[in-house]
Design a protein around this ligand. Structure first.
Ligand SMILES: NC(=O)c1ccc[n+]([C@@H]2O[C@H](COP(=O)([O-])OP(=O)(O)OC[C@H]3O[C@@H](n4cnc5c(N)ncnc54)[C@H](O)[C@@H]3O)[C@@H](O)[C@H]2O)c1
Ligand SMILES: O=C(O)C[C@H](O)C(=O)O
Length: 326
């Protein structure tokens, strides 16, 4: 008989909006499967522990059969113990009037401290997904402070942008979402990202990119780039249901593997698409199962795309340099 599969999964920022949508996806088995039992470890800051307690009570009341135990608290060295998977949702939010630099300053401190705790107490095979913004730079900082865990175990979330791009193409071409494949989001999870529809397919046939080039080089890109801001404008809060869904999709496909071309932000090593090393950059990837992924190399990069990739690379380089000043 196979031994029971058990994962210890930590979620930071668990008292927040995304946490509230993400916990049921993970705990119900939608993320890792119905045959994987879970120890849930939930972290938030000290002032939010009472709220987190309420979230824990609700999670208990869902009576999820897969959940073996739940622990919660505000000390990363306690909560990160033996973690197999870390989902980093908690961070300092951008407040009115804050510059990007202020946001990076605040989050560098958090991700340095959490990286050190992860390094000390998590499983050395721990797999990481960073959601909290600035997600790519937070992920880079986390990994730099966590030398015991291999670099390929660190990812940041551009899956929401990827899923947004799929949806825009389905709407534009009046296709079913399940028929649209092979979009790519390059670069940063920010308004400089480059959503690239050149290789997209519908029911296995190439998208008519050339026939609608003005749209795919124009409104398509800006709609996906600005979708997060449009949701904040409409809802008064940043995306949380769709962000939690994307986090779950990212982890599901990373764990189980997928036939699809997906977008994941990973730590660059300088060998893919002339992107510098030492950045957390979103690439087209193939997930091969058991938390393994490979960059899909060899796609043609035309002048238009290179220009877009350079813009987002420059932003990531600037963010990294700002972070390193701390
Ligand atoms: N990558 C993406 O696609 C994507 C999409 C949507 C939102 N986001 C980002 O995800 C993050 C969370 O969004 P939300 O809507 O859940 O925000 P939220 O403000 O509702 O929740 C964030 C939670 O994090 C907690 N927190 C703050 N500092 C912490 C720390 N040091 N340790 C642990 N917890 C801490 C807060 O107390 C709060 O409970 C934000 O940074 C947001 O910008 C990313
Ligand atoms: O929180 C934000 O700034 C937006 C969020 O990252 C999103 O893409 O919805």
């Amino acid at each position: 008989m196979d031994s029971e599969k058990i994962l210890t999964v930590i979620i930071t920022g668990a008292a927040g909006q995304i946490g509230y949508s993400l916990i049921p996806l993970v705990a119900s088995g939608q993320t890792f499967g119905k045959d994987v039992k879970l120890h849930l470890r939930l972290l938030d800051i000290e002032s939010q522990v009472e709220k987190l307690k309420g979230v824990v009570m609700e999670t208990q009341d869902c009576a999820f059969p897969l959940v073996l135990s739940i622990e919660y608290g505000y000390d990363p060295e306690v909560i990160f113990k033996d973690a197999d998977v870390g989902i980093f949702v908690g961070g300092f939010p951008r407040l009115k009037g804050m510059e990007r630099k202020d946001l990076i300053d605040k989050n560098v401190k958090i991700f340095k401290e959490q990286g050190k705790a992860l390094n000390e107490v998590a499983s050395p095979n721990c797999k990481v997904l960073v959601v909290a913004n600035p997600a790519n730079t937070n992920c880079l900082i986390l990994s730099k402070n966590c030398p015991n865990i291999p670099k390929e175990n660190f990812t940041a979330m551009t899956r929401l942008d990827h899923d947004r791009a799929l949806n825009q193409i389905a709407l534009r071409t009046e296709s079913r979402l399940e028929d649209v494949k092979n979009v790519i989001v390059w670069g940063n999870h920010s308004s400089t990202q480059y959503p690239d529809a050149r290789f997209a397919t519908i029911k296995g046939e190439s998208l008519d990119y050339k026939g609608d080039e003005d749209y795919y080089k124009g409104d398509f890109i800006s709609t996906v780039q600005k979708r997060g801001a449009a949701i904040i404008e409409a809802r008064g809060f940043s995306s949380s249901m769709s962000a939690a869904n994307a986090a779950s999709n990212h982890l599901r496909d990373w764990y189980h593997g997928s036939e699809d071309m997906l977008s994941m932000s990973i730590l660059s090593d300088g060998t893919h698409y002339d992107i510098d090393d030492n950045l957390c950059f979103s690439f087209p990837v193939k997930c091969t199962g058991d938390f393994k992924h490979e960059v899909i190399d060899g796609l043609d990069i035309d002048d238009f795309s290179r220009e877009k990739m350079n813009i987002t690379q420059k932003e990531l380089t600037d963010e990294r340099d700002l972070g390193e000043e701390q």
